[in-house]
Design a protein around this ligand. Structure first.
Ligand code: GDP
Ligand code: ZN
Length: 302
């Protein structure tokens, strides 16, 4: 009888029931212990980014024995005939990096607002990247408002290799979820940081974008300076499925601070007298375009 060897690790790749676990002493490919599969009808039991305990088998593979409770997770709701299924895109991300371009394609800031709400709800720290600053005169004219609200914005040009040191520092030793529309320069930025990285990440997301019924590989990639980055495509289809209209103001930092000053505790900030948000709007202390996003997302529109 050989005694069982147990190890702790991080799932860095998940593909059709196989999990690649970084143990600190190398990678082990694992499957789930049978008893863990109970409850799998409702959502992913183990997923990219999960911290797990595994036992090693004699052939060098492993078995996932236990999955640690998630700090949080980026989840997509997948309607299936047997009920809704929660797909975990990435568990335990330290931060999410939203990449948008200053131009080509035109920055869709209403989409960014929607992404921000999803990340705020998950309580994941947020970084915004304004890429392609070489294409506009003043990128701060476009993205500066987000800095004023309190978000960190990193201005980059993958083409001119600007802002890369700041980006590298932000990514260091963290697990970062990357998101943003296609064509904004995500792969170019990653390649500029680390040769080959953008290509690797892009290959994965292309496969993922083919649809939810094809075999899905989710993977995070190690950074030379420490840390990991994972593409998390499909934010456009990440619904605000369990978000009530009444909680929406909590996910707009500049509104959140005003809410206690509204006359009514259940103020919707749409028409009420004594509304601190409407007063701030009137006084041009909040951005009308952000308020528009609030109204639209509150109404459950895209
Ligand atoms: P992704 O779809 O977000 O991964 O975007 P890509 O990295 O494939 O970039 C899309 C296009 O934008 C490519 O033609 C890149 O060469 C170009 N591009 C990326 N970053 C920059 C930049 O900072 N400035 C300019 N002018 N073009 C860029
Ligand atoms: Zn109000």
């Amino acid at each position: 009888m050989t005694s069982e060897i147990t190890k702790q690790g991080l799932i860095i790749k998940a593909q059709s029931g196989f999990f690649t676990v970084e143990t600190g002493e190398g990678l082990v490919i694992c499957q789930l212990r049978g008893k863990l599969k109970q409850g799998r009808a409702h959502g992913d039991i183990a997923a990219l980014g999960d911290h797990v305990t595994i036992t090693l088998l004699e052939d060098g593979s492993g078995v996932v024995e236990n999955v640690e409770e998630r700090k949080q997770a980026l989840v997509r709701l997948d309607p299936r005939p047997q009920g809704e299924y929660q797909q975990v895109l990435l568990a335990n991300a330290d931060q999410v990096i939203f990449v948008f371009a200053c131009a080509h394609p035109n920055p869709k800031l209403r989409m960014l607002d929607r992404f921000l709400v999803i990340a705020e709800k998950q309580k994941i720290p947020i970084i915004i990247i304004a890429n392609k600053i070489d294409l506009v005169e003043n990128a701060e004219d476009i993205f500066g408002l987000y800095e004023n609200i309190g978000y960190r914005v990193i201005y980059t040009s993958a083409k001119l290799e600007k802002g890369l040191d700041e980006l590298r520092n932000v990514l260091k030793n963290k697990i970062s979820a990357l998101a943003g529309p296609s064509g904004v320069g995500k792969s170019s930025l990653l390649n500029a940081l680390q040769p080959g990285l953008g290509l690797a990440v892009n290959e994965i997301s292309k496969v993922m974008n083919k649809g939810r019924h094809t075999t899905v590989t989710r993977q995070m990639f190690p950074l030379e300076g420490g840390g990991y980055v994972a593409d998390t495509p499909g934010w456009k289809s990440l619904a605000l499925w369990d978000t009530e209209a009444a909680e929406m103001d909590a996910y707009f930092p500049e509104l959140r601070d005003l809410v206690p000053h509204c006359q009514f505790s259940d103020c919707t900030h749409v028409h009420e007298p004594g509304c601190a948000v409407l007063a701030a709007l009137q006084a041009e202390k909040i951005y009308p375009e952000r308020y528009e996003s609030y109204l639209r997302l509150r109404a459950g529109q895209e």
